[in-house]
Design a protein around this ligand. Structure first.
Ligand SMILES: *Cc1c(COP(=O)(O)O)cnc(C)c1O
Length: 435
């Protein structure tokens, strides 16, 4: 290893905190020098085929000229100005674009910095809405187990209580209502029993509930599970029947990942509040958005202080908005549906043999998402280097080895990912029971 890379890693280890990591005994990290197409280039010249899209975001791969040009030309005009009392073309154009693309009732857009913050904003919207509508007793959120909505306190409060380590933050974290996770797979027959627990909680608490908060079709980081569009339709019906709002979190699923531009389209359902993030800028800059309806916007503004009480310093950052506009243009002018469908077919055929390996509980594929669920958690110290040795970048967590590659990945590169998954899962099976 060259000296400068060794010292980079030593400084990293001494000072830098990584996601969900110990600062004291961190797992090794892999240095990246640059990224192009679907490849991450390491300082020693090796290249890794990216199977993660940098956590769902880099749908076009890396080094995308259309997005970089848009950021550069925006940079020549202005990098940033505050959004309080000022406005600018990139933010306005992006808001209008998002309203055009998303289900019709959504007409109002709040731009913010990250997915977690967009969920916080959604929660503030629904709580302020009920104040404005004269039902301030509606303070609770209803959700399902197995969800993931982010790492800030409001978002954590509606994420899975076990995965989300709610016990660590007891007393500080708001206590919400949790129904059973949807048990119906994407393409399996559905019946009313699947929503029985959700229906029961709505029945018992309906006057206290402000909104249902829910990831449509795909539960992402909470367990990588897919559920039936019928379930989502039923959630929407139940929310109408009980007069509670529906917040859909499409931070992971938005912008084509499931084969539809937005996952709620599988069920023909429109939410009252929609959260977007991750792929919004094609993985280049941090940006998220919370969209809502005229009705919710009016409710929020109907009681003192007659305003939505949120305003990030970097709200509507022009560089990020320009990147998002360029990413959306590029997506919509590309054959993204064909690409996602082709990835889906290839993942189905190449991952399904893994189901027969010992230690494998399930293999499932939807859109450009492929998941292998194991019986036991993987040993990251062993598994992470095993993928890097095979020239692919995957980041399993717990019992899940999964891929959501950039939409532009070529079949040969995708095969490298699925082959590596097969081999590494087989090795994992061989090591089961060891400590
Ligand atoms: C990643 C994610 C979030 C949080 O987004 P951040 O940008 O990491 O704050 C929220 N909800 C879902 C469904 C996500 O996948």
């Amino acid at each position: 290893m060259p000296r400068d890379v060794a010292s980079l890693l030593a400084l990293d280890r001494a000072h830098v905190w990584h996601p969900y990591a110990s600062a004291i005994e961190p797992l090794p990290v892999v240095p990246v020098e640059s990224a192009r197409g679907v490849r991450l280039r390491l300082p020693d010249g090796r290249e890794l085929v990216d199977g993660m899209s940098s956590w769902w975001a880099a749908i076009h791969g890396y080094g995308v000229p259309e997005i970089h040009d848009a950021i550069r030309s925006q940079l020549d005009r202005m990098a940033h100005v505050m959004f309080g009392g000022l406005t600018h073309e990139p933010a306005v154009a992006l808001a209008a674009r998002l309203v055009d693309l998303t289900p019709a009732p959504l007409t109002r857009v709040f731009l913010c910095d990250s997915g977690s913050v967009s969920v916080e904003v959604a929660i503030k919207m629904v709580l302020q809405y009920w104040q404005g509508r004269g039902e301030p007793g509606r303070r609770k959120l209803l959700t399902v187990r197995g969800g993931y909505h982010g790492d800030t306190f409001g978002a954590m409060s509606v994420s899975d209580p076990v995965n989300g380590m709610h016990t660590l933050f007891r007393g500080v974290l708001p206590e919400q209502l949790f129904a059973e996770a949807p048990a119906c797979r994407f393409d399996e027959p559905w019946d009313e029993r699947h929503a029985a627990d959700l229906a029961r909680l709505l029945e018992e608490h309906s006057r206290e509930i402000a909104a249902i908060v829910f990831e449509p079709i795909v539960q992402g980081a909470g367990g990588m599970r897919f559920h039936s569009p019928d379930y989502l339709r039923r959630v929407r019906e139940l929310s109408h029947e009980h007069g509670v709002l529906l917040v859909l979190d499409e931070i992971a699923t938005g912008f084509g990942r499931t084969g539809r531009l937005f996952a709620c389209e599988h069920a023909g359902v429109a939410p009252d509040v929609l959260c977007l993030g991750k792929a919004l800028t094609g993985g280049t800059m941090t940006l998220a958005a919370t969209l809502t309806t005229e009705d919710v916007a009016r409710g929020v503004s109907a009681a003192p202080p007659f305003a939505l009480m949120h305003g990030p310093t970097f709200m509507g950052n022009p560089l990020a908005c320009a990147a998002a506009l360029a990413s959306i243009d590029l997506l919509l002018s590309s054959p993204w549906q064909d690409r996602v469908q082709r990835i889906e077919q290839q993942l189905r055929s190449e991952l399904s043999p893994i189901r027969a390996l010992p230690g494998v509980r399930d293999v499932r594929v939807l859109g450009a998402i492929g998941v292998v669920e194991l019986e036991d958690p993987v040993d990251m110290r062993r598994v992470q280097p095993a993928f890097v040795e095979r020239g692919v970048w995957l980041r399993p967590f717990g019992r899940l080895v999964y891929t959501m590659p950039p939409f532009v990945i070529e079949p040969g590169d995708l095969s490298r990912i699925t082959l590596a998954m097969h081999e590494v899962v087989r090795e994992h099976a061989g090591h089961r029971g060891e400590t």
